[in-house]
Design a protein around this ligand. Sequence first.
Ligand code: HEM
Length: 127
Amino acid sequence: GKPIIPYEEIGAERLSQLVDAFYARVAQHPKLQPIFPDDLTETARKQKQFLTQYLGGPNIYSEEHGHPRLRARHHPFPITPDRAQAWLECMSEAMDEVELSGKFRETFYNRLVLTAHHMVNEQDSEE
Ligand code: HEM
């Protein structure tokens, strides 16, 4: 079949709904809420831009913010394996909410797992 750009498969509107559903969960999550700003409007706006290009759409994140350098941009925040797991759980639930399924969801989610693990910059504290 003809090659499909993942961004075109999900579409701008569904991607926007996914990101909103995701940050609604982040805002409530006890392990994530403390490291995020109270107002997630700008965070969500940047994430929509980023995921647009991550999925092969126009490079609107880089046009406004420069090279993503995602790991470096996360450096100010303590990202433990626990928090990476929490981030992925919020994303998985957001995917359920907007009814992403099948091969598309599986491939997208698996990429996010790798990216999330790459962001880890601190170990869980032993308590
Ligand atoms: C920004 C946490 C994984 C993409 C941020 C911010 C925090 C954060 C606290 C700053 C929010 C702000 O100041 O507005 C985390 C945690 C993760 C994680 C705990 C767990 C592994 C990811 C992943 C991606 C991602 C997997 C991409 C797929 C972004 C983007 C920004 C961001 C694009 C905005 C960067 C900018 O300021 O331009 N993240 N993040 N993050 N995160 Fe993550």
